[in-house]
Design a protein. Structure first.
Length: 321
């Protein structure tokens, strides 16, 4: 029993990972990311009101918003766990396990992407567009079946890092407080990190710091994904080739790391031009079209995501044991 207490951080991660695999995001409790999102929205309104609506004023607002949100998202779980530890180390372990469950998102990523797959297989293009709109930021109203499939595969590939491997990385570094710090950084980028107005200036600091926080996890994710592809019998040689060639074919220095590996392993061409908030963005392709994309590439990408996640979990266990 002493092992569980002396290795409580590792045990919390393992239990939380298992809970996520079984149940995904719980619908019956307020998710902390939703609360973080509400905090971001509230701070944005306040800071826009009190600071000048100039480039420098909005950039200052973005920096202050980042600091306040990051501090609150780290301090709240740290304080909760400290109070729990004063009652019982077992209570702390239980609560931190639940926090790790809420930080990880492998099951929900699979669930949401498979809804897209199910709608595509039924032939309902409107339903598939609605389903994919829940997991991507681009405009989806005019997408055809191939574009919907491509969008779903891309988001599974990218969020293998953002939703699973990067959270595991920060949980391993500093437990649930660091995990929630990462989720706050990622949420700020998702809500504010756009190049269009009204976010162009206020979102600059959140976007740049999200790039910084994801720099190492994105590259670890790509290498682990290559290893998972080898275990799953995918085209590792092509995956490595596309990774080396296309890993920077994205506005973000991190997003194409796992997208390029996924494209290469599956023999697909991903990315390309996309519309956001009614504006067309010219984007390079990632990968080569060795074959046409098909609906079944969505569950293939999900299997690749799970394989990558299990390898990352094994690595975390080896480091923390």
């Amino acid at each position: 029993m002493d092992f569980f207490i002396s290795h409580s951080g590792l045990c919390a991660i393992l239990v939380g990972f298992g809970m996520d695999l079984l149940w995904g995001d719980p619908r019956w409790i307020p998710h902390p990311v939703v609360l973080i999102g509400k905090l971001i929205s509230t701070l944005e309104r306040i800071l826009r009101r009190v600071l000048p609506a100039t480039k420098n004023g909005e950039r200052l607002a973005g920096g202050l918003l980042w600091l306040l949100t990051a501090a609150a998202s780290t301090a709240a779980p740290w304080l909760i766990l400290r109070l729990c530890a004063q009652v019982s180390p077992w209570l702390r372990l239980a609560v931190e396990s639940g926090m790790c469950w809420l930080i990880l998102a492998a099951k929900s990523l699979k669930t949401e992407s498979m809804r897209v797959y199910t709608a595509l297989e039924s032939g309902d293009i409107r339903a598939s567009r609605r389903a994919v709109s829940m997991i991507v930021g681009r405009d989806t109203a005019e997408l055809d079946g191939a574009a919907v499939t491509r969008a779903a595969v891309e988001t599974v590939a990218e969020n293998t890092s953002d939703g699973v491997i990067a959270p595991l990385f920060y949980l391993a570094l500093g437990g649930a407080p660091q995990g929630f710090l990462y989720k706050a950084v990622n949420t700020m980028d998702s809500m504010l990190g756009y190049v269009e107005e009204p976010y162009r200036h206020i979102g600059l600091v959140p976007a740049k710091l999200d790039d910084l926080f994801n720099f190492i996890p994105a590259r670890l994710s790509a290498l682990l994904m290559l290893a998972a592809g080898a275990l799953l019998g995918m085209d590792v040689k092509n995956g490595w080739r596309i990774f080396r060639r296309d890993r920077y074919s994205h506005a973000s220095p991190n997003s194409a790391q796992t997208e390029s590996v996924c494209a290469g392993l599956l023999g697909l061409r991903l990315a390309g031009d996309a519309s956001y908030h009614g504006q067309l963005h010219k984007k390079p392709f990632i990968g080569d079209p060795l074959r046409p994309i098909e609906h079944r590439d969505i569950p293939r990408a999900c299997r690749l995501m799970y394989g990558t996640a299990l390898l990352a979990l094994a690595a975390v266990a080896a480091v923390l044991r």
